[in-house]
Structure formats: C-alpha cells, structure tokens
Design a binder for this molecule. Sequence first.
Ligand code: NCD
Length: 309
Amino acid sequence: MSTDRIKGDIISGKQFTRGQMEGLFDDASALKSVFSARKRLDDARGRIIATVFMEPSTRTRLSFQFAGVTIGASVIDFGSSDMSSIVKGETFEDTMRMIDDYGPDVIVLRQRVSGNAARAADICDAPVINAGDGSNEHPTQALLDTFTIRELMGKVDGLTIGMMGDLRYGRTTSSLSYVLDKFDDITVYYIAPQELKMREEVTAQLRNLRYKSITRPDDIMEDLDVLYVTRLQKERFTDPSQYDALKGSYSITLDYLRKFKKVPIIMHPLPRIDELSVDVDALPQAKYFEEARNGLYVRAALLKQILNV
Ligand code: NCD
C-alpha cells in the first residue's frame, strides 16, 4: 500500500504530487486481479458513496459505482436531475447541502458549470471528487489516462503525446496536461483547429512539460508515443453553426493511419462520435477500451485512499 495517500477533496489535476500518483498507480495495479477474478472486498464495508451526476455519463458514473461496490462500500445514486427537486427550482447549493447532510462518506459529483466542484467542496463536509465540471477539469480521467500510459509504455517520463480535438471545451485534456506536468521530459502537441485551441489559462499554468500547438498531426505523427483523441464537445458550443462548421474537421481512420510508418498508441476518453472511426479498433495500438477499464482500478484505488480503508 502506498505511503503518500491521497486525502480529501479531488478538484483538480494540479493537486497531486508525483509520489501520490505513483502510489495510486501501484495500488490500482494491485487491484486488477480483484476485478478480473470478480472478487468482492469488504475493506469499505459500512461506507456510503453518493454519486451525483448532473450531466450525462456512462463510464465515469458506472466505473465509480462498480469500483465502490467492489471495495465493499454502498453506493447511493442521485439519479437524473430531471427527477430531482432541481426541476422545481432548488439551487445547486441547497441540493449539495442536503445530500451532504444525509451523511455520505464521499460524494462523486459531475456538474455542468465550471468551478462547481470546488463550490460543492466548500459546502460539503464529505470529500468531493470532481467527476467533471463543465469544460474545466476531469481529474480522475487524467489519473486513469496517465495510469494507462504507464501500464502500456512502462513509464511516463520522456514521452511525446499528441492531444487532438476539442481542446477549448474539453476537460479531460486540461486535467491530463496538469497531471503530465508533474512528470519529466514530456512533450505535448496540442492538435486542434484554431477555433478549438488549448485554453491559455491552462498552458499558462504548465511549468515542466514542453508543448506546441499545431492544427494538423501529419508532420509529427511518427514522433508520437501516444495520440489522445477527443470528441467535439457539442453541448458546450454557444453557437450551433460553429459546431456544424467544425464537425468533421478532424477524423482518425484506419486509412489515414496507414499512411505512417509508425502508428502511436491511440487513446480516447470516450464517447467517440466521428473523430475516431471504428475500423481503428482492429489495430493493436487501439487502447481506448482498455483505458476505460483502467478507470475501475484507478477509481477503486482512489476511493480506498480517500475513505482510508
Ligand atoms: C469525457 C467527459 O465527460 O469529459 N468522458 C468521460 O468521462 N470518459 C469526455 C467527453 O465527454 O468527451
């Protein structure tokens, strides 16, 4: 078990030390066999995890729930916002205060508004895990992405990673940048149309990683160890005509990848729409489903640390 354990609220990819992440990844690796043997632990028996998703989710919600139950905790789900008193006009603040008053040991929160994970953490006594707040951050996705890279490449230091797609509205790529910034000798290519460039508010906070913003990956594809593809965040466009104009502006297909002598590992936080075609799945470099499965191990390890069990 790692010595430098993670405690309290998880709000940003910026908050972790390298030691905490390495320890978490070791714990996550050790939990793999529990999941593959379908074992159920009782370490967290008697603990309650509240999953509160106020925006759609498949992987993040379900992997937190499966992870929680597998370590022995009970999970209470908030359900859909449409079925809650939010539709009657109850505020986010009152909703969070109420949930916290019922006594969960940890709250996993997804929210539409950037900054609302931090806001919830101020209101709630229970630790709050940010499972995505608007276009701001998605720190646990960044942890599982970096764990996946470490598992596949044997290391994180020294790698060259392309992040492609909607870097303006995407929250996985900002958190992943903050996490990778704690490793050494990393080069990141931000690959996006001009309109969807990585936010300056993010790059301004990077201290260690080298980055370059480009619009097309062709010239650097063979230098990449990992290509991390993301979808256009349709729901966050204020102008639907801009979404229509940009959709289809980048797409990774098998035909396209065949042009290169070397194809990097392909990752994607999922869901994919049309930026990553299903024919790529047949390549040995296609690792996005493994990445999604890694979410179980990393989230189970993280919940154990936060619950101190
Ligand atoms: C991501 C998200 O919600 O930000 N999904 C996920 O958690 N795996 C990526 C996305 O929705 O594009």
